[in-house]
Write a protein that binds this ligand. Structure first.
Ligand code: ADP
Ligand code: ASP
Ligand code: MG
Length: 814
């Protein structure tokens, strides 16, 4: 004999019930006991209806009508005409009794636990009756058996305790004499000695099936539900979760206790005692393997078998100097809680015994606090124990696996994974069996925590990066294009799944938590909300995705000002915007500090030399113990372009104009021409080399006439260039006379920096620098005479975007 349990969604409509019938056809055993839940959603619907009635709101009648219609409709769709009327009249008469009970609740304006059990029991009674009649009409040798006659419990309504001795006896006797091949029974309901209906707790139909299977020592207990087994994490929250093929009783129990709703926690115990296998299967995909639960799961493979969570947790802490060394405090605390029927989900106690911290359900918190404060009122009045500290709206997440005890470093990995994602851990517990490591976190962090832990322990190979891209100009657009083109490569070769969840330019912003399809970003962005940096941040905070990265492709000060906000949320920052790193040293230092504290990389490779690996190389030199003695560099692609093209046959004005038009300058070319941009770059290199330098301390030997420097807009700037053309021609001639070229050079020596035009003779490393190229010479302790040279294109949207891209990958491999 096998026992098959079908949950609410598996019997939610006539169509699915027909599928259940089909599943029975394929069940190879002589007899089956079929335990069913109420039609999907009916238990909640009944509870709602009685709640409405108890508030003396006549709307309960309409609600009841809904329940009636659901059942009558299923009967009409399931049953052939000829057998319909008998079943309909029986169902209607049951519904009449239900109506009378609800009328009673309405008139009295009150609901007792006993009456509540009586009312909800109609859900399972009706579904089991209808299904058994359908089975009969479809040719099965089936009978209905009322579980209330078999399962005896105490009188704790809502979640009654089973009298196993008596129930087992009744079950065995019944099945010994029953000859039908299929017995259909309502799950969830039982009766107490005094003959009242009781229930086994929400989700209790699983338990009914397990008790039956254990009593008759069935070959197998099958739990048919709406997912293909017990998953590595709740599949509704973690999209990457996979069904676990084989798991031990203890692991299954632990996962269900810690919130894997697919199995009602008490279900495992009865079958475990008899060593019967449990198989969890999907009614909607019967071919899927499902999950087998037995005594031992295969040892090879994973140490962590699954991750689960319990929402709605409160933490209560009992603290005080009077607790140290005094025996019996915990005993009294737990006695108080037990007397108040409050179940404790998690306990931690520091070894100093200075505090005890317990996790309980949110709804039990106020009662628990009242009782604890009452019980320790004497100690409180003496100042030995402080009033209970309460934190609510928390959740427990747990890693579960039999083999965890044999592996070191799992909790370390768990906590560092959470830490990197700014998930604040309020309390930690590790069971003595070491089958479970639990942490208490904020409920807002559950989704992020489950997904990131799942990634760490089950998808070791693939890491998801979630980007929020600000700025869609030349660089931003190129970056999005590169990301789109390289998506597959990154996944296949670097095991990075890079998604863009948010995009904003100065007008609009658009978000998609599932990832923005990058072919369509320009159109989608058009449909977005009005751009707003504050809202942009708030939305990212709300999405709360793991491995989030802000990508700043703007040159905006307003954006740069917000980096600390992002880093404090452990959101990494990748930026080509130079403002933050070239602002006050204290600000630069703060950002670096936040990045390290919140373990969120802050990367700005493209601040110097666009895509050239200048900062990264410098960082590696310093990290490996090298020291920077001198830096000589041509760091402005724009200025190099200008002086490369400017000669006696051209005008300075026209060359600058050309540079601007070809995208080699900042939108405001004065930033480049004045030398400010180069000052910022050498400042950043100086700081990265370890010098505490400010922009104001850098010497700028500007070649621009005062008048051009003072202009306020591009037009007057260009006008001033035109006017001073003879001066610029003089610069060219002077260089030519010495057979030199003009280069705008940045230098750093002994911690002092300067920028200015220099005459570069033939043969010098800078002499043949063409176009918009950059070059940096690092003279260090290890490279004292022959410098380490980095040279290449130092401006342009494509190379800048690829530099940002490289930084994103650095975050991914951090
Ligand atoms: P039934 O009505 O069949 O008893 P339940 O709703 O009680 O079904 O349980 C199945 C649900 O449990 C799934 O739809 C899923 O949302 C949830 N669930 C939570 N954690 C897990 C997990 N680790 N594996 C599978 N399902 C889970
Ligand atoms: N119908 C009950 C509930 O919804 C029992 C069950 O489905 O297991 O809780
Ligand atoms: Mg269930």
């Amino acid at each position: 004999m096998k026992v098959l349990k079908f949950g609410g969604t598996s019997v939610a409509s006539a169509d699915v019930i027909k599928q259940v019938r089909d599943i029975l056809n394929h069940t190879d055993t002589d007899r089956v006991a079929v335990v069913v839940s109420a039609l999907g959603g009916i238990t909640d619907h009944l509870l709602d209806t009685m709640d409405i009635a108890s508030r003396q709101d006549a709307a309960y009648r309409k609600s009841l009508k809904g329940i009636e219609n659901r059942h009558l409709e299923v009967v009409r769709e399931l049953m052939p005409m000829k057998s319909q009327s008998g079943v309909l009249s029986k169902v209607k008469s049951e519904l009449n009794v239900l109506e009378t009970l609800l009328d009673g609740v309405f008139y009295i304006g009150e609901i007792t636990p006993r009456l509540s059990d009586r009312i909800v029991s109609f859900g399972e009674l009706l579904s089991a009756f209808i299904i058994s009649e359908y089975f009969k009409s479809s040719g099965l040798n089936a009978v209905f058996k009322d579980s209330r006659e078999l399962l005896l419990t105490d009188q704790s309504h809502g979640k009654a305790a089973v009298d196993f001795k008596e129930s087992n006896k009744r079950i065995r006797e019944y099945f010994e004499q029953e000859k039908a091949a299929v017995v259909v029974l309502p799950g969830f309901i039982a009766s107490s000695e005094d003959g009242n209906v009781t229930t086994l707790g929400r989700g209790g139909s699983d338990f009914t099936a397990s008790i039956l299977a254990a009593a008759v020592e069935a070959e197998e207990l099958q739990i048919w539900t709406d997912v293909s087994g017990m998953y590595t994490a709740n599949p509704r929250i973690v999209k990457q979760a996979k069904p676990i093929a084989h798991i031990s009783y203890e692991e299954a129990m632990e996962l269900s206790h810690f919130g894997a709703k697919v199995l009602y926690p008490p279900t495992v115990q009865p079958v475990l005692a008899k060593g019967l296998p449990i198989l969890i299967k999907n009614t909607f995909d019967p071919a899927a393997t499902g999950t087998l639960i037995t005594k031992k799961s295969p040892e090879e493979g994973r140490t962590v078998r699954g991750i689960s969570y319990i929402p709605g947790i409160s933490l209560l802490s009992l603290e005080g100097p009077g607790m140290i060394g005094i025996p019996g405090i915990s005993k009294r605390l737990f006695e108080v809680l037990s007397a108040a029927s409050i179940s404790v989900v998690l306990i931690t106690q520091a070894s100093s015994e200075h505090s005890i911290c317990i996790g309980i359900a949110d709804e039990d918190a106020s009662k628990a606090i009242r009782e604890i404060d009452k019980a320790f009122s004497y100690e409180r009045s003496q100042g030995k124990i402080k009033p209970v500290i309460h934190e609510k709206d928390l959740a427990i997440i747990a890693l579960v696996g039999d083999q965890m005890k044999n592996h070191q470093g799992l909790s370390g990995r768990m906590f560092s994974t959470l830490g990197k994602n700014n998930v604040n851990i309020r309390a930690i517990a590790q069971g003595a069996s070491e089958r479970n490591i639990s942490a208490v976190i904020r409920k807002e962090d559950v989704k992020k925590a489950l997904n990131t832990l799942h990634e760490t322990f089950f998808e070791e190979n693939i890491k998801q990066l979630n980007l929020f891209v600000l700025g869609t100009g030349n660089v931003g657009a190129k970056l999005l294009e590169q990301l789109r083109k390289q998506k597959k490569y990154l996944k296949d070769h670097l095991r990075l799944n890079v998604r863009v969840l948010g995009i904003s330019n100065s007008r609009k912003m658009y978000f998609d938590e599932q990832g923005i399809p990058l072919q369509q970003w320009p159109d989608l962005l058009q449909t977005g909300a009005k751009a707003d940096p504050k809202e942009f941040f708030k939305t990212i905070q709300h999405i709360n995705a793991r491995n989030s990265i802000l990508v700043d492709n703007t040159a905006s000060e307003k954006v740069a000002e917000r980096y600390p906000q992002y880093l404090r949320e452990s959101i990494s920052v990748v930026t080509c915007n130079k403002i933050a790193c070239s602002s006050a040293f204290s600000n630069y230092k703060q950002l670096k500090g936040l990045a390290s504290k919140y373990r969120a990389p802050f990367l700005f490779e493209t601040n110097v030399g666009a895509g050239l690996p200048i900062i990264d190389t410098l960082k590696n030199l310093i990290a490996s113990g090298d020291e920077v003695r001198e830096i000589k560099a041509v760091l402005s692609g724009s200025l190099n372009f200008v002086f490369d093209h400017f000669n006696e046959d051209t005008t300075f004005h026209d060359v600058v104009k050309q540079a601007q038009e070809e995208g080699y300058t900042e939108p405001d070319p004065k930033i480049d021409l004045s030398g400010i941009d180069v000052m910022r770059k050498i400042l950043i290199l100086a700081r990265e080399s370890g010098f505490q330098l400010e922009l104001s301390k850098i010497e700028n030997r500007s070649f621009l006439p005062e008048e051009a420097l003072k202009t306020k807009d591009n037009d007057s700037f260009f006008a001033a260039l035109k006017k001073h053309e003879p001066g610029f021609q003089k610069l060219v001639k002077a260089a030519k006379a010495k057979k030199c070229k003009l280069k705008f050079v940045a230098s750093l020596k002994d911690g002092k920096a300067s920028v200015g035009l220099e005459h570069i003779p033939a043969g010098h490393d800078f002499y043949s620098l063409a176009g918009s190229d950059n070059i940096v010479l690092f003279y260090t302790k290890r490279y004292p005479k022959q410098p380490l040279i980095i040279k290449g294109a130092g401006a342009g949207a494509d190379v800048t975007a690829s530099g940002i891209f490289a930084d994103i990958i650095r975050v991914g491999t951090y």
